[in-house]
Ligand binder design. Structure first.
Ligand code: ATP
Ligand code: MG
Length: 600
């Protein structure tokens, strides 16, 4: 088991046992400056600390120091997956296109899917994920309900030809993912398997020693709440996470619901007035010019949906006008779920001019040239005396009121992103927003893949049924990057114990000059090894300043300095990477003392 200690035997006495991890035998390569293309702190620090080395865009070598972190992440994941009853296998990285054609993803996935040909001109893909292969295994191997439930997982190389590979391991093209796939006999059992994984993920993320949140995510067409993302909290995260400080409500921005406004629509008080707003094409500019709150403005977004015939030609285009309060943003996932809007796109400028008779920037729902469908956000539907574009360049209309000045909208719906201060959907207070990095995802799939690929089993009555599935990913190589975004300072990385490349570094000072220091360093090194501590002895003979700078950059959490002066007093200097100064520890019980400080 990880963390299990080897017995502290008399091993420490055998001074000449070849030490396993001395810095001189390992590979340490730190840089003063990060390469110019490293934009975020984790990428910079990973490069400077010599954890990874770039080979091409989004393609990195995991250098020895970085690989130790990745192996620790893998070990935690593997152990908890095994505990949760999942079984490990390893599927090919290169997969025949035929399987991907069965689900339609060979065509549908677009350029993120790397397609290659072999010498016979046969098509293959480099796995970006493995639903097809695992479902193919299941349809061949799982015949009876008696073999269910099953959960297969692998920790494997993935390739996604990301449009913008960036931030080092954070969004690579080649990366390592743990992907698991559950198979069940019915929905109830599949949901139970999902819950087992959701719980296992909590254990995994607890063990990493990072601050994280499990947030409800959008589960696509499949209803229910059976999709959660595991987000490592970091100010630099790509994702906005919505949560309620007073309860356990948490969701990602795509999913978080904006409640229906409590107050009814007020009565109209102002007259409809066309107002000059020269050059003011945004709600913010108009509000400033007219000296009114941004919340009194309404922005117009124009979408279009195309109906195609069997040959794929567009036979009809419907244009939609979406109305949002000036301070709100459209939520594309919510919009995509409205009737008729599943495959929406933004309207073209000619389409806009055809319907509004105006260029974008001054659009509104009054005085349209050609009818279209109007969808109002729930907050807009209760507004009175609002401001929108006049469908004429350099003009807006103020004092607009539903029913009096224009018909009620065709549809009123939640189509916006929530903002901090909105009421929490669980009624427990108001929402707050923070940023996170998605490192894990659990997802109930239903029979999407088993139906597409004809993966059935025989139920208790001997009748064939489609397998119920779930899929569960962890970004193994994204995790260290997320950990660094969350835990660093101006000197470098600060690893949590569980995933540090080394837990403890021994820094002897003047080892070449002092026999005492040398002997003590080696003896301590052996003792820590025997105590099961992941220790490294820095025997490179670097000057103290350079040596400390290296380990602070690399981020080893615990450091012991062994010096002549200290030894004369029977003491060593201990410093945690987060401590501002060192603590003196007695040589005699230093091993026990350090072990007491290590995270369980
Ligand atoms: P993202 O929204 O970040 O692109 P995704 O939704 O495409 O992620 P999944 O398909 O759910 O990701 O993959 C499972 C996990 O793999 C993600 O939670 C993430 O941690 C990791 N991952 C996905 N894409 C990359 C990448 N390009 N580089 C590194 N890790 C990745
Ligand atoms: Mg992606």
């Amino acid at each position: 088991m990880h963390g299990a200690l080897r017995p502290a035997s008399g091993l420490a006495r055998i001074a000449e046992t070849p030490p396993v991890m001395k810095a001189s035998q390992f590979f340490i390569s730190t840089l003063k400056e990060a390469p110019a293309d490293a934009e975020v702190v984790s990428h910079k620090l990973m490069m400077r600390a010599g954890l990874v080395k770039k080979l091409g865009a989004g393609i990195y070598t995991y250098m020895p120091m970085g690989l130790r972190v990745i192996r620790k992440v893998e070990a935690i994941v593997r152990e908890e997956m095994n505990r949760a009853g999942a079984v490990e296998l390893s599927m090919p990285v290169i997969q025949p296109a035929e399987l991907w054609q069965e689900t339609g993803r060979f065509e549908k996935m677009g350029p993120e899917l790397l397609r290659i040909k072999d010498r016979h001109e046969r098509d293959y893909v480099v796995q970006p994920t493995s639903e097809e292969v695992v479902t193919d295994i299941a349809r061949q191997e799982i015949r009876s309900y008696k073999q269910l439930p099953k959960n297969f997982y692998q920790i494997q190389t993935k390739f996604r030809d990301e449009r913008r590979p960036r931030f080092g391991l954070m969004r690579g093209r080649e990366f390592t993912m743990k992907d698991a796939y559950s198979f069940d006999r019915d929905q109830d059992s599949a949901k139970a398997s999902y819950q087992v994984m959701a719980q296992a993920y909590r254990k995994i993320f607890d063990r990493f020693g990072l601050t994280y949140r499990a947030v409800a995510a959008d589960s696509g067409a499949i209803g229910g709440d059976l999709s959660e993302e595991f987000q490592v909290i970091a100010a630099t995260g790509e994702d906005a996470i919505v949560y309620c400080p007073g309860s356990d409500y948490a969701a990602n921005m795509e999913k978080a619901q904006a409640l229906e406004p409590q107050a009814p629509r007020a009565a109209a008080a102002q007259a409809l007035t066309k107002t000059p707003t020269p050059g003011k094409s945004t709600c913010a500019d108009v509000a400033e010019l007219l000296a009114v709150p941004l919340q009194t403005t309404v922005k117009s977004l124009v979408l279009a949906t195309d109906t195609r015939n069997e040959a794929g030609e567009v036979v009809k285009t419907q244009v939609w006008l979406l109305l949002l309060r000036g301070d709100h943003d459209m939520n594309e996932v919510k919009v995509g779920k409205l009737p008729g809007l599943a495959d929406f796109r933004f309207a073209t400028v000619p389409e806009i001019e055809e319907h509004f008779g105006s260029k974008p920037g001054y659009l509104g729902p009054i005085g349209l040239k050609k009818p279209l469908k109007i969808v109002a956000d729930r907050d807009v539907a209760v507004m009175a005396d609002w401001i929108c574009g006049a469908n004429e360049a350099d003009f807006h209309i103020t004092g607009v009121n539903w029913a009096r000045d224009l018909p009620e909208p065709d549809l009123v719906a939640d189509i916006r992103n929530v903002v901090a201060g909105d009421a929490s959907p669980d009624g427990q207070g108001v929402l707050a927003i923070e940023r996170g990095i998605e490192v894990g995802h659990v997802f109930y799939l239903g029979t999407k893949y088993s139906q597409a690929m004809g993966a059935t089993f025989l139920d208790v009555n001997g009748k064939p049924q489609f397998l119920e599935m779930g899929c569960y990913g962890i970004g193994i190589t994204r995790l260290p990057a997320a950990a660094i975004e969350q835990n660093h300072d101006e000197r470098g990385i600060i690893w949590p114990d569980a995933i540090a490349p080394f837990t403890l570094v021994l820094c002897p000072i003047g080892m070449d000059r002092s026999e005492e220091v040398k002997a003590a360093a080696h003896a301590l090194y052996q003792e820590f090894l025997a105590a099961g501590v992941d220790v490294l002895l820095d025997d490179r003979g670097e000057r103290p300043g350079a040596m400390f700078a290296d380990w602070e950059l690399i981020g080893v959490p615990h450091r012991l300095v062994i010096s002549d002066r200290g030894l004369k007093e029977g003491q060593l200097e201990y410093q945690h990477r987060r401590d501002t100064e060192a603590t003196k520890l007695a040589v005699a019980d230093v091993v026990a003392s350090i072990r007491g400080r290590l995270a369980a």
